[in-house]
Design a protein around this ligand. Structure first.
Ligand code: NDP
Length: 254
């Protein structure tokens, strides 16, 4: 099947920094028209627009929309605005995520619920909304950012590990439900990637983590984005329901 990247619209949630920003840049460089959401960082969103516009040979500028992925109303408005201004979303990258780390005994309801609501339920809201038009179009790509921590279950991350493990199960169900309509759904499980989320961690933790990584370095956001671009492409058309780790060899494929 021939590919028409220029006609496809990609939405990345949480594109104002980190992995999401690199996804917007690399998808723009690959010829897609991007839209991205962000929570509050207007300066970060503007920087993503600038970098992605520079990366786009076609001179396409991404559409940035302030939107809360944890709210179904906000997600509906996000899609409606994209549909009005650009068209139908064919590629959905569920990247927005937060951490609220603490030991289970001390974890407040809010800390648990916020992480589930943003990292897991948010992806449910966007997939449900995106699927209507993907089904009609009989083409779609859903790429969900999970984490190796779904498997590892780190101390202090019961909420985050639960959400990221939930993403994996949800991706597989969705992959089965949508397969007959030529819509693929896959998850990526990054290891430690150098973003603000990791920058906030203590130096001691970073050194301990580094000693467990066969490639002896943290990953870079664009190393996730390159896989996102591949999974979005026609070349990945027979890949669905998978979880692909990018972790410097920590899990050796698991
Ligand atoms: P960052 O903290 O750097 O960026 C998070 C992004 O999500 C920001 O754009 C932020 O917007 C946005 N966001 C947060 N809450 C919401 C919300 N309610 N609605 C919409 N957008 C929101 O994260 P990373 O780039 O480090 O991580 C990206 C994804 O990758 C996450 O899902 C994370 O769990 C996952 N991951 C990260 C790893 C890492 O080592 N960094 C490892 C494994 C997985 P704003 O800037 O406006 O706040």
């Amino acid at each position: 099947m021939e590919e028409h990247n220029e006609t496809k619209i990609a939405l990345v949630t949480g594109g104002s920094r980190g992995i999401g920003r690199e996804c917007v840049i690399e998808l723009s460089a690959a010829g897609y028209q991007c839209a991205f959401s962000y929570s509050s960082d207007v300066d970060g969103a503007n920087e993503t627009i600038k970098l992605a516009s520079e990366a786009s040979d076609a001179g396409l500028s991404p559409l940035a929309i302030k939107s809360d992925v944890s709210s179904p109303e906000s997600v509906d408005e996000l899609f409606s605005e994209i549909e009005n201004k650009l068209g139908i979303v064919s590629i959905l990258v569920n990247n927005a995520g937060i951490t609220r780390d603490t030991l289970l005994m001390r974890m407040k309801d809010e800390q648990f619920n916020d992480v589930i609501q943003t990292n897991l339920t948010g992806a449910f809201y966007t997939m449900r909304r995106a699927s209507r038009n993907m089904m009609k179009n009989r083409w779609g790509r859903i790429i969900n950012i999970s984490s190796v921590n779904a498997y590892v279950g780190p101390v202090g991350q019961a909420n985050y590990a639960a959400a990221k493990a939930g993403i994996i199960g949800m991706t597989k169900s969705v992959a089965r439900e949508f397969a007959s309509r030529n819509i693929t759904a896959n998850a990526i499980a990054p290891g430690v990637i150098e973003t603000a989320m990791v920058g906030e961690t203590p130096e001691e933790w970073r050194e301990t983590m580094l000693s467990t990584i066969p490639l002896a370095r943290f990953g870079q956001p664009n190393e996730i984005a390159h896989l996102v671009v591949f999974l979005a492409s026609q070349n990945a058309s027979y890949i669905t329901g998978t979880v692909i780790p990018i972790d410097g060899g920590v899990g050796m494929g698991n």
